[in-house]
Design a protein around this ligand. Structure first.
Ligand code: AP5
Length: 215
């Protein structure tokens, strides 16, 4: 089963993707994570990507489609979770072609709905583990021991450079201008489901399971 988690920045896509990996053996493909990896490599492409990400704008379709294509080639017996991809109609079109070429299909596109003011609050309190990628929040989901990741024990806890008010305003603008049209695109294909992303993490997980069990 291949699914897309669709939603604005801070909707909880990464948090739920990690739970789906643990419980269903699916593979998370996060273009945000791939781009952060590229920027930390220090390559020329990584430097260009870093500037675009820090402004809160979208990286070109060509770059992200190339990154996804590489990862799809490895295959995933439990299916893929597309997290933060596609973000434009061009990317959605490319994904259709890639999946078809693999002889597979998309089973569901789950839109996580969250109010803008809650998104800003979530993103400004977020920190992640640089070692294993676990996601936390300063107020709602801190680590059990300050400064130490619950999942892997690392002390490499980081805040993202684009998790600030100015970049967040731009990221939301990009979402409404370029990504939200995908809701209609997937609705027309009979794949779109929307869930309440404002609920607590366990309840959101149950809503996703409900959709997947019927897909
Ligand atoms: P990316 O890394 O994809 O960021 P995003 O889409 O902006 O999403 P986030 O990672 O911010 O949020 P999330 O929905 O995963 O929320 P999370 O689970 O962490 O992209 C970054 C940048 O890369 C883009 O701006 C762009 O420049 C570029 N990029 C990436 N993909 C691209 C593409 N395809 N095309 C072009 N450019 C691309 O949760 C957030 C916080 O909320 C956490 O603290 C968490 O603990 C908390 N939380 C989660 N769920 C709940 C809940 N139910 N209740 C309370 N708190 C919750």
């Amino acid at each position: 089963m291949n699914i897309i988690l669709l939603g604005p920045p801070g909707a909880g896509k990464g948090t739920q993707a990690r739970r789906l990996m643990d419980k269903r053996g699916m593979v998370q493909l996060s273009t945000g994570d791939m781009l952060r990896e590229a920027r930390s490599s220090g390559s020329a492409m990584g430097k260009r990507v870093a500037e675009v990400m820090d402004r809160g704008e979208l990286v070109t379709d060509e770059i992200v489609i190339g990154l996804i294509e590489e990862k799809l080639a490895a295959g995933a017996p439990g299916g893929f979770i597309f997290d933060g991809f596609p973000r434009t109609l061009g990317q959605a079109d490319a994904l259709d072609g890639l999946i078809e070429r693999m002889g597979q299909k998309l089973s569901a596109v789950i839109e996580m709905q969250v109010d803008d003011d809650v998104l800003v609050e979530r993103v400004s309190g977020r920190f992640t583990c640089g070692n294993c990628g676990a996601v936390y929040h300063e107020r709602t989901h801190p680590t059990a021991v300050a400064g130490i990741c619950d999942a892997c024990g690392s002390s490499d806890l980081r805040k993202r450079p684009d998790d600030n008010a100015e970049s967040m305003r731009q990221r939301l603008m990009e979402y409404y201008k370029k990504t939200s049209s995908l809701i209609g695109y997937y609705h027309a294909k009979g794949l779109h489901h929307s869930i309440d992303g404002l609920a607590d993490v366990d309840t959101v997980e149950q809503s996703i399971a409900h959709v997947l069990d019927r897909a």
